[in-house]
Write a protein that binds this ligand. Sequence first.
Ligand SMILES: Nc1ncnc2c1ncn2[C@@H]1O[C@H](COP(=O)(O)OP(=O)(O)OP(=O)(O)O)[C@@H](O)[C@H]1O
Length: 275
Amino acid sequence: MCGSFQRPLWTSPAAGHVTSLTDLKTTTHRTPRIPPVKPELGSPVLQAHQLRKVYRTGEVDVVALADVSLDVAAGEFIVLLGASGSGKSTLLNILGGLDVPTSGTLQFRDHRLDGAGEAALTAYRREHVGFVFQFYNLIPSLTVRENVALVTDIAHDPMDVDEAVAMVGLAPRADHFPAQLSGGEQQRVAIARAVVKRPDLLLCDEPTGALDVHTGRLVLEVIERVNREIGTTTIVITHNAAIAGMADRVLQLGDGRLVREQRNTAKVSPAELAW
Ligand SMILES: Nc1ncnc2c1ncn2[C@@H]1O[C@H](COP(=O)(O)OP(=O)(O)OP(=O)(O)O)[C@@H](O)[C@H]1O
């Protein structure tokens, strides 16, 4: 399972809070970083042990995650299912360094993330994690290419921007603005932006939630392609159980706990998914 944990890597008091892209650039050389060595396919990339997250609002404690233990192997494609409020986003946010657990341990390769400070989590997210959310968060005044290129300024070893744009099938639209694109196309730009820095992890929270079936399939095809061709470890949250067929492994959360885990012996391509 989780093996012996090391002390958190990032405890340097010199690493300050990062508040803007300019800050990110200027902190690049000060912020402790994990070397960008790609792990062997199948080796553990994330190890979570008894993760617990309690949100306190006034006098009320909400237990969003209750002792979730989970190993994620490099290159794996995981679909995370569960009813609304079951803790899916909370888990994804903690795995992606957007939030920290109340208790439990989380390790990315050899490095502890629980207890890591703001600057350390920023470095982790910036160098190792690509996020895709339900809404695309593109900058309207920038073209497709420029939206994707923004990230490469702060990445250690980015992909060529046009290569990333081509990977999501938008090469002919590279000079278009977000308002000139459909929702599915905008989501594909968001995926290109997430993967252009060659992250170890691609974390997607309801990536097809705002899309119709046909467009949703196209977006899932791009996510599947990134996982298959680049080997990016991928976790997708969805309410749509049909998407589970794409996964190597399907995890189901209920009331903050992992209530079901299933490995797919054969994966279904997004084009074959029916919902
Ligand atoms: N910042 C917060 N403060 C207080 N409670 C929170 C906070 N964030 C989440 N929660 C609570 O934690 C629980 C898990 O929320 P979470 O968003 O992780 O669920 P989810 O499975 O992703 O739900 P959905 O499918 O609706 O997005 C819920 O009861 C939610 O109300």
